[in-house]
Design a protein around this ligand. Structure first.
Ligand code: HEC
Ligand code: HEC
Ligand code: HEC
Ligand code: HEC
Ligand code: HEC
Ligand code: HEC
Ligand code: HEC
Ligand code: HEC
Length: 429
């Protein structure tokens, strides 16, 4: 007790001690006087880069105490989020995350030198494996490039991404984003696609999209709503599909018995007997390795107008099926995949028919090569981008209503609409 008080009393120009600070002290008292002191120190030091392990831990306690006691008055919410985090329990401090790294702008701040907005580089300093896996996924550079092309990325990043995802980063900005203008793109498109943004320090992406900054939590990342911040709406209705699937309904009714806090390294079907988005796309269930490469377990490019098999088709499908088989029998899983693949094939045929019609109209000089300058451009875009995708996603994630009424029925209706528009254009010729 004395040691902690001493550290906190060395804070110089302190604001008055608040209730919050008292709570904050109790966190530290628990951490530093607990029997886990030595074990914790070993764990922390193992995870820290060498530059930090060289420093005495009392400095870190003092640093966090000073940041936190002042910020309790200024931005109390941040301190309370941090207090609840695994990081606080493990002795990671404010300054650990806010320290200035390579190519970051230093800010002189109340006797400390900090970086104002830590990036994935700051997280990667302690979580290099997660960062490397993330970089391999389409959540990294490809997500940003889908909107703004390769703008902002270094040649190294572009070259590395192109090896894994040819054409996904070295490409032009999206024509729809350009047409809608900068404000729509910045606050709209980029609000989701910044998961893979180029940071000024040369690192890529935002870990906090799934973990948040100050609670940095695994349970948050396992919530369907977290993925659903971006994976929702008619063009990628994954959240809606999930919520109507047996998995989603079960999760919503049994969530109290699901252990969302379980350690990723030992996550078992006893912790999570019902899958969420993260379980299928990321978790290491019952001994499988967990991954930050959400691309790893996929076998088709479902988002494309005409879906083709990925080069990693066999491996991706084998990994996902291994996961399904932690809870289901192999014949059931095979039957499910076969049925879903027939939806992909038939959707491809329907979208191809619409594409053929667009090509004929272009040949006849009735539409231009410019995107989105005629009504039929929009009907065609909705046909594949909303309804084609929805049918395919519904088939792979257990959403019958999305395969049928929000998928195939709409595909039929949009095709009729396109034919009527084409007939009209041809009649006016
Ligand atoms: C003596 C008080 C005090 C201390 C100590 C202090 N801060 Fe601050 N900090 C502030 C105030 C006041 C602001 C401005 C808040 C506002 O604009 O609402 C601020 C702002 C910030 C910002 C945002 C800066 C910006 O330009 O947007 C960050 C990040 C920050 N502090 C982190 C830290 C960290 C990390 C520490 C410890 C290493 C720390 N602070 C220590 C008082 C303090
Ligand atoms: C796990 C790393 C981490 C820790 C620990 C951490 N921060 Fe931060 N902090 C961030 C990141 C990342 C951001 C940038 C915001 C974002 O990405 O959401 C940030 C932003 C901030 C901001 C500006 C946020 C705003 O909304 O205006 C302040 C102030 C701040 N941190 C203060 C603190 C204080 C005080 C502590 C300790 C109590 C602390 N941080 C601990 C990672 C961290
Ligand atoms: C100074 C080192 C350090 C930094 C910087 C750091 N972490 Fe951590 N992080 C740790 C340690 C230590 C743990 C304890 C978990 C373990 O490895 O056993 C941890 C745990 C986590 C966990 C698991 C939490 C849980 O609920 O189980 C997440 C998620 C996480 N960190 C994300 C981040 C993110 C995001 C950033 C950047 C904004 C970040 N970390 C920055 C050291 C760090
Ligand atoms: C901040 C927005 C955002 C959040 C949060 C988010 N994603 Fe994504 N996700 C995207 C974007 C954007 C893409 C498209 C990237 C591309 O192909 O250009 C994507 C793509 C994907 C893909 C397809 C990858 C591929 O190779 O085609 C999967 C699977 C995925 N996300 C799963 C998840 C899961 C699971 C979560 C939650 C744990 C999640 N996402 C959270 C924005 C997000
Ligand atoms: C609500 C969040 C959100 C918004 C807003 C958003 N997207 Fe997306 N976008 C996603 C997600 C999630 C995916 C992944 C879909 C999938 O894999 O099924 C995606 C996929 C894409 C793709 C296909 C993947 C690729 O790499 O080619 C493109 C292109 C794209 N978005 C461009 C845009 C543009 C341009 C805008 C703005 C006009 C925009 N998005 C707005 C979330 C969003
Ligand atoms: C698409 C959402 C998403 C993004 C983006 C994301 N994570 Fe995670 N992260 C998760 C999920 C989900 C888990 C838990 C996996 C599981 O269920 O076992 C996790 C787990 C972790 C853990 C805990 C590992 C452990 O052994 O305890 C750390 C640390 C972590 N992430 C760091 C990061 C860092 C660093 C970044 C940025 C490079 C990042 N994450 C980006 C979703 C995400
Ligand atoms: C029961 C497991 C399971 C759950 C739960 C699940 N998915 Fe999926 N997801 C799949 C399968 C299987 C595919 C198709 C894989 C393939 O291409 O082989 C898929 C495909 C996707 C894709 C399409 C990538 C592309 O090519 O366009 C995205 C994005 C995605 N899921 C995100 C999510 C999100 C977000 C959630 C939660 C709201 C979720 N998934 C829940 C199993 C699941
Ligand atoms: C963590 C366990 C878990 C995982 C992983 C999992 N499921 Fe399930 N799934 C369930 C549970 C629980 C049910 C409800 C039936 C039951 O109680 O056995 C279910 C039901 C289903 C159903 C029946 C839906 C209905 O309407 O009756 C299908 C189909 C299905 N899952 C497919 C899959 C596929 C495909 C995968 C892998 C992509 C998968 N599941 C992954 C737990 C899981």
């Amino acid at each position: 007790m004395a040691a902690v008080d001493e550290l906190l009393s060395q804070q110089g120009s302190n604001p008055p001690v608040s209730t919050g600070l008292m709570q904050f002290r109790s966190v530290f008292i628990a951490v530093f006087l607990g029997t886990s002191l030595i074990l914790a120190a070993v764990l922390i030091n193992r995870a820290r880069p060498a530059v930090e392990t060289g420093q005495p831990s009392a400095d870190f306690v003092r640093a966090t105490g000073r940041c936190a006691s002042c910020h309790m008055q200024e931005t109390g919410g941040i301190v309370h989020q941090f207090e609840r985090s695994v990081h606080a329990g493990r002795g990671v401090t404010c300054l650990d995350c806010h320290q200035v790294l390579d190519r970051q702008e230093p800010l002189d701040h109340r006797g400390f030198t900090i970086t104002v907005m830590p990036t994935s580089q700051n997280c990667a300093a302690c979580h290099a494996t997660q960062y490397d896996q993330f970089l391999r996924s389409r959540h990294a550079a490809p997500a940003w490039a889908a909107v703004l092309g390769s703008t902002g990325f270094s040649e190294d990043v572009i070259a590395a991404s192109e090896l894994l995802h040819p054409g996904a980063v070295r490409r032009a900005p999206n024509p729809l984003a350009l047409l809608e203008g900068a404000s729509a793109s910045e606050v709209g498109c980029q609000g989701c696609h910044d998961i893979g943004r180029p940071n000024l320090d040369g690192s890529v992406g935002k870990c906090t999209e799934c973990h948040s900054a100050h609670s940095a939590s695994v349970s948050l990342a396992r919530e369907p709503a977290t993925c659903g911040q971006c994976h929702m709406g008619p063009d990628h209705s994954q959240l809606e599909i999930y919520n109507e699937s047996k998995h989603g309904v079960l999760f919503n009714s049994q969530r109290a018995s699901q252990n969302l806090h379980a350690d990723p390294r030992t996550l078992s079907t006893a912790d999570m007997s019902v899958p969420t988005c993260a379980t299928c796309h990321m978790s290491g269930l019952d001994g499988m390795g967990f991954t930050h490469d959400v691309t790893e377990r996929l076998s088709w490019w479902l988002f494309a107008p005409i879906s083709e098999r990925r080069p990693t088709y066999l491996q991706g499908q084998a990994e996902m099926k291994t996961l399904c088989q932690k809870c289901h029998t192999a014949p059931r899983v095979e039957a499910f995949y076969e049925a879903a693949e027939t939806v992909v094939t038939s959707t491809n045929e329907k979208v191809q028919a619409a594409m053929d019609l667009m090509a004929e109209l272009a040949d006849e000089g009735l539409i231009t090569a410019e995107p989105f300058d005629a009504s039929i451009d929009f009907v065609f875009f909705d046909l594949w981008h909303y309804y084609g995708r929805t049918a395919k996603h519904g088939a792979f994630m257990g959403g019958a209503d999305f395969v049928q009424w929000h998928g195939n029925y709409e595909l039929l209706a949009k095709m009729v609409e396109m034919e009527e528009l084409a007939a009209e254009m041809r009649g006016l010729r």
